[in-house]
Design a binder for this molecule. Structure first.
Ligand code: FEO
Length: 387
């Protein structure tokens, strides 16, 4: 548990979770994850968001320490995903005079999760509305689909603090010693990646605010170089690559497709083109899908399997498609000993994505590399290096 002043009146309660193996039941989090709640001490006291159900006692104990015998007036619910909302009912029971602040969609979800919508003690806010606490006031900006429909962010103009909900969060708990960007990027593309347009809308709505501090629901409080973080969010939500280079995403049953992928990398290296190999069967999906969005070009090298695309490659394609993969050049190396259909099926799956173009060269390997397929890989490397 971490209790720390962000400003004189705003206190951060941070909970470290090293017990969850898979975030949202699917994302590997080797360095855990943090849940953040905040307390604003003013004439009226507001608490923003709660934490995951496993840490309810820890959070309520931390809240006790911060409040020092006072009682909160409001619980502001910026996001209803259970990793932040699980303790609303416990809070409401403990602090019977506190009001619950949310929007109409928030209270529909509260009803569904807790069997009550706190009709007698709720404050339903609208987009742009301000809640005064005394010296501080919270102005709410709705941010639907960043990452659920009810999400809103709150800005305190007195201290320039933005309570940004899931935006600007990252994997890794508060003890994780790692740079912000890699795990924030993987968190972004994995969890929010589908919702680039809503993120763009939010960034535009927040554009005029004098933000000095960003307080997300996961990961560290951001106090310096905010332009860099906002610039990355702008780039990611526009689906723009960060690396001018080729991700070669492959699967290989007996090593022959791997050899083809390695040959392509070596050809690209020789031409001074940045290229990265990723073995889709041995890389957790959120790392490989993030690499796909980070690079400007993609080559998928895989086989036909059970009449479909080899499982790990098929799942990789589904993951990037679900997250609106777009505006990229894609090449294909298919391998098949008989009835190869992987290239055709990959094209069918990806051609519906916005702005996807395919290289003129598609490489077909029949079981193992031969003169023809080696030549085709060299041609593909030329094409990739010229575009
Ligand atoms: Fe961390 Fe969308 O909740």
């Amino acid at each position: 548990m971490l209790i720390k002043n962000i400003t004189n009146d705003i206190i951060h309660i941070g909970i470290n979770d090293r017990t969850t193996d898979l975030f949202e039941g699917m994302y590997r989090i080797d360095n855990g994850v943090a849940y953040n709640s905040y307390v604003i001490l003013d004439e009226k006291i507001a608490v923003t968001d709660t934490v995951d159900c496993k840490f309810g006692n820890e959070w309520l104990n931390a809240l006790d320490k911060v409040l020092q015998g006072k009682t909160p007036d409001y619980l502001v619910v910026n996001h209803m995903e259970p990793d932040h909302s699980a303790n609303i009912a416990r809070f409401a029971q403990k602090y019977a005079n506190a009001k619950i602040v949310g929007n109409a969609k928030t209270f529909a979800m509260i009803q569904a999760f807790f069997g009550t919508d706190f009709a007698d003690r709720r404050v339903v806010v609208t987009d742009g509305e301000t809640l005064s606490l005394g010296k501080h006031s919270l102005t709410f900006t709705f941010a639907p689909m960043v990452h659920w429909p009810e999400v809103m962010v709150a800005f305190d103009s007195a201290d320039g603090v933005l309570f940004s909900a899931d935006a600007f969060g990252k994997f890794g708990d508060h003890d994780a010693v790692e740079p912000w960007t890699d795990e924030a990027r993987r968190y972004y593309y994995g969890i929010v990646g589908k919702f680039g347009m809503p993120v763009q809308t939010l960034l535009k709505k927040l554009g005029g605010l004098a933000v000095k501090t960003i307080c997300p629901l996961h990961g560290p409080i951001l106090t310096e170089n905010l332009g860099e973080y906002i610039g990355l969010y702008d780039k990611w939500s526009k689906y723009q690559p960060e690396i001018d280079g080729v991700l070669i995403a492959y699967t290989s049953v007996y090593g022959n497709t791997k050899k083809a992928a390695e040959l392509l990398k070596s050809e690209l290296d020789g031409k001074g083109v940045t290229a990265k190999l990723v073995d889709l069967a041995r890389t957790e999906f959120s790392f490989s899908l993030t690499d796909a969005f980070t690079h400007s070009k993609l080559v998928i090298a895989t086989t036909t399997y059970n009449g479909d695309i080899f499982t790990a490659a098929r799942e990789f394609i589904d993951h990037i498609k679900e997250r609106n993969y777009q505006n990229r050049l894609v090449g294909i190396i298919e391998n098949g000993s008989w009835a190869a259909t992987a290239a055709k099926q990959i094209k069918e799956r990806l051609e519906k994505c916005k702005g996807i173009t395919f290289t003129e060269t598609t490489v077909s390997v029949k079981s193992s590399l031969d003169e023809n397929s080696i030549e085709a890989i060299k041609t593909l490397a030329n094409e990739l290096s010229n575009k």
